[in-house]
Design a protein around this ligand. Structure first.
Ligand code: 2X7
Ligand code: FE2
Length: 315
């Protein structure tokens, strides 16, 4: 029976930085993915395992994800088809990721986000093509957090303001999209988990070892980008999300970060820039890029007296 949502009572219960290197799904060998691996990237995969265990303790209705690899050139698009079933192939790593997905979309919430953000003047589009192929970023983040695909998804694209204009323009737009997303969730009555599907630093090797999962080849591409990642992670751990937001455009520029997609800015804004210490489940590299699995558990923080500052953190 379809759940009845009480209008106005919705909330974001948890947000996570949930990066999407297809290598992580490849190394897990799930039945949905065609290629087979021997091992690989365990630190990150075990980090996802810890995040999944925490998600299991939570009560929520929907997963809302923003992916850098659904790149749209006119505004933000949102999945608007109830069920999407197809194969998703990573165009750069087809030997690692050919994934058969079957997902349910919460079209009601998708429409609400489109409506709320359009009313705020953002260019939005509901994606209603039933043959649309979902990008690997969306799928990897959703699979690694929900391998059984037991929650409906709302997926948002990343528009090209960073490329056409600047990282600062992207930041402004994503702040507006984050606020609209939060309003839509609250009005909808849903309890939502948010995923920012992006790596941190993103300079990477251009040659792959003969065996992709040979970990003797895996390390950070450049020490400078490692220092940037550590700076961002330290601020997250200390609950200094306002500073994370303040240095985001510089970080994006200097570390060639996938935060150029706006995913992390969108999520932190939607969560009201929570001034709570984030849980860092893992940090590791994939072909030299920096990836962190980070959790902001708003539901849990609300129960802790020392995190009462959360109350003031409305967008
Ligand atoms: O899309 C990606 C990524 N963001 C990081 C590492 C490796 C592959 O793909
Ligand atoms: Fe990526």
């Amino acid at each position: 029976m379809a759940k009845h949502f009480q209008e106005g009572s919705g909330k974001i219960v948890l947000g996570a930085l949930a990066p999407h290197p297809p290598h992580l799904v490849y190394a897990e060998n799930p039945p949905q993915n065609e290629p087979r691996a021997e091992c690989g990237w365990e630190t990150l995969r075990w980090g996802y395992e810890a995040l999944r265990n925490n998600l299991l303790k939570l009560d929520y209705d929907v997963v809302v994800v923003l992916s850098p690899h659904w790149r749209t050139y006119v505004g933000t698009h949102v999945l608007g088809v109830e069920r999407l079933k197809n194969i998703s192939v990573d165009p750069v790593f087809p030997h690692l990721f050919r994934y058969h997905y079957d997902m349910t979309v919460d079209v009601g919430l998708s429409k609400a986000i489109v409506q709320e953000a359009s009313a705020d003047g953002l260019v939005m589009k509901l994606m209603e093509n039933p043959d649309f192929r979902v990008d690997y970023g969306t799928i990897v983040s959703c699979h690694l957090t929900h391998p059984n695909w037991d929650k409906p998804i709302v997926a948002l694209s990343s528009h090209a303001a960073s490329a056409y204009f600047s990282h600062d323009v992207m930041q402004e737009e994503m702040i507006r999209l984050g606020k609209s997303t939060r309003r839509a969730i609250e009005k909808s009555g849903r309890r939502a988990v948010l995923l920012a599907s992006n790596s941190l630093s993103h300079r990477h090797f251009t040659k792959e070892p003969p065996l992709p999962e040979d970990m003797s080849h895996e390390h950070i591409y450049h020490h400078g980008q490692y220092l940037w990642d550590m700076k961002m992670i330290q601020l997250m751990k200390e609950g200094r999300t306002d500073e994370v937001m303040a240095i985001m455009p510089d970080f994006t520029e200097q570390a060639v970060s996938e935060t150029d997609s706006g995913a992390l800015t969108w999520m932190l804004t939607a969560m009201g820039q929570p001034r709570i210490p984030a849980k860092v489940h893992a940090y590791g590299t994939v072909i030299g890029t920096g990836n962190a699995i980070v959790e902001w558990n708003l539901e849990e923080a609300q129960k802790r007296p020392q995190d009462q500052s959360l109350k003031g953190a409305q967008p």
